[in-house]
Design a protein around this ligand. Structure first.
Ligand SMILES: C[S@@+](CC[C@H](N)C(=O)[O-])C[C@H]1O[C@@H](n2cnc3c(N)ncnc32)[C@H](O)[C@@H]1O
Length: 196
């Protein structure tokens, strides 16, 4: 049985071999991440998903395309935080986290202040945390949490931004139902450290 520290070190060593690290804490079956991983082989894609079937689907796709830059973890993101703290990310894509609307479920909200703070703390200088949600309640909560959790710059982008991006599975579903989507970015504006 490996200790969390050993697993954390092994994962960090694997990911740090790549030029960049991308994290999706609520990956679902990872369709858009796998498409990105096919295009960007120098980027490590770490996908976390709590549901076994979805995580298995993501891992199967990665295997099918022979992608050695994809690592799928089946579990709750918050339980994986000690491992995640072993490295820093260039990009975190928090796409459509579940709303958990009832007060007694609030511990599960991945967009709550403490989890957002943890995510922001593992961003590399100039790294981005991208959040998309169909829920305006979540959007409002994220705005407040980010303002508290982050000394960094954060800004809301118009959803129909000119950059062509891949749509996630849930994004396609919400767009098909003509639901509006909120898009929000937190940027770590800490300058790169320079050593002389
Ligand atoms: C609404 S879906 C979005 C999936 C994907 N990001 C997309 O946009 O298609 C939310 C996903 O997050 C997963 N999830 C919810 N809470 C989680 C947690 N604490 N840790 C990891 N995955 C979680 C759910 O099982 C579900 O697959």
């Amino acid at each position: 049985m490996h200790s969390t520290k050993t697993v954390a070190r092994e994962i960090a060593e694997k990911l740090n071999k790549f030029e960049k690290i991308y994290l999706n804490p609520v990956a679902g079956s990872g369709s858009c991440d796998i498409e990105l991983a096919k295009k960007f082989k120098k980027v490590a894609f770490l996908l976390v998903e709590k549901k076994f079937k979805r995580a298995f689907k993501a891992a199967s796709k990665a295997e099918k395309f022979g992608l050695t830059n994809v690592l799928v973890v089946r579990g709750k993101f918050e339980q994986f935080l000690d491992v995640v703290r072993g490295f820093t990310c260039d990009c975190i894509n928090l796409l459509f986290p579940d709303p958990w609307p009832k007060e007694r479920w609030k511990e599960n909200r991945l967009y709550a202040y403490s989890t957002l703070r943890d995510m922001i703390s593992i961003l590399k200088p100039r790294g981005n945390l991208l959040v998309k949600t169909d829920s305006w309640l979540i959007f409002a909560e994220i705005l407040v949490s980010s303002a508290i959790a982050s000394k960094n710059k954060y800004y809301r982008l118009p959803y129909k931004e000119p950059i062509k991006v891949l749509r996630s599975d849930f994004e396609k579903k919400f767009l098909a139902k003509k639901q509006s989507i909120g898009f929000f970015v937190v940027k770590n504006t800490t300058p790169f450290s320079t050593s002389f």
